[in-house]
Design a protein around this ligand. Sequence first.
Ligand SMILES: Cc1cc2nc3c(=O)[nH]c(=O)nc-3n(C[C@H](O)[C@H](O)[C@H](O)COP(=O)(O)OP(=O)(O)OC[C@H]3O[C@@H](n4cnc5c(N)ncnc54)[C@H](O)[C@@H]3O)c2cc1C
Length: 414
Amino acid sequence: MTVTDVIEDVEAFRLRARAWLADNMPKLDPDAVPPAPGDDDEEWVKTRELQKKLYAGGFAGICFPKEYGGLGLSPAHQEAFSQESEPYQMPLLLNVPTFSICAPTILDMGSEQQKRDRISAAIRGDEILVQFLSEPSGGSDLAGLITRAEKDGDTWVINGAKTWSTCAYAADWALCLARTDSDAPKHRGLTMFLIPTKAEGIDMRRITQVNGSTEFCEEFFDNVVVPADAVVGEVNDGWAVASRQLFHERTAVGGGSPYVSGRGTGRLSTPPSDLAEIARAFGRNEDEAVRELVGESRAQHVVQDQLIRRVSQGIESGVMPGPAASIMRLFHAETQWMLDDHAITIAGSGGVTGKDNQSLAAQLSVNYLMRQGSSLGGGSTEMSRNIISERLLGMPREYAADRDVPFREVKRGR
Ligand SMILES: Cc1cc2nc3c(=O)[nH]c(=O)nc-3n(C[C@H](O)[C@H](O)[C@H](O)COP(=O)(O)OP(=O)(O)OC[C@H]3O[C@@H](n4cnc5c(N)ncnc54)[C@H](O)[C@@H]3O)c2cc1C
């Protein structure tokens, strides 16, 4: 080990970060006005600028290896930086899926070139990565997808459709899973590709959600040509790459990713989530039943923080297997549901006023409608329960009629 390889002490790193953040990053603005629904491009321009600032200051990609543009430091360094960065604007929109899901998947499974090109470009703030996994025919049975890639000389030609791709409109590259061998059983005929989101033949459309956000996209692939080196991992071994990606996704959604920098979602329009404040706003903070709800939700959050720490350290040290990430993922959904349910209970009849005004009650009613998202994103709650029961508790595997059957013989649809 040379002198330059000596890893900086976490507390020294924290103090250096504190001073740098104060001198360089803009403070959070409590009066910032959220962009109009569906028109958040400004947030993305700002996000890229903030990431470039972090990179220029030497505080980007804290847990990524140095050879791919990161700092090669530990999760403890990242945690210290995230704590110090709380009062400042941060490029939080890049946390999921760019830094916590896509970049770690490329790091684990990609070619040397893919790592050097894509991870370092993301850390520099030049590129954004997203996921093209789910399809209109369903996302839980990911291995049953029907988008296909066919070999044509040195290239691959992709046809099909993807959906629910978070923020794909703002992205540059996507990890896209496609079927490359229909004669093999469903898990064995898939290949992962790293493709430009603006490639010729991709028709991308935005989907409007109940809260007015249009961050979800759907993509239609019409003879999209990608080179042979777009393959991540091995041809027909895409399930291994997807499994790693799903692991990173569950860890990220569950709140345990070491690649997340800063706290929060990054949306200026982040919905209200402090139940005590909500209770005060509705004049119910002295109501004993309401105080119990506030306490229960607070306790759930404290347990969640401890659970994340325990499970992520367990996985990192090898004491717990990778599927344990589903515990964090499941608990995240349960905690979110409890918060949104209690908020609407506290708001009472005010919480059913509809979504067409900006009142707190209206925001809470929209949150309540949106809460389903937390039990679908990152794989559904039911799939998390399946994984926990089958792969952690050793319960019998769910029956699957399509196991070991060539994919083209599998009955689909009705
Ligand atoms: C916030 C958010 C962000 C997302 N981001 C992305 C993204 O960036 N890229 C991307 O590709 N996808 C993304 N998704 C899609 C997500 O991965 C899918 O919604 C999820 O995998 C479920 O798929 P589905 O919606 O098609 O539901 P389906 O698979 O059709 O399932 C419908 C219901 O049936 C249940 N179910 C299905 N199979 C079983 C089973 N075997 N046992 C028990 N219950 C079962 C499910 O739990 C669910 O409740 C996102 C979703 C959300 C909500």
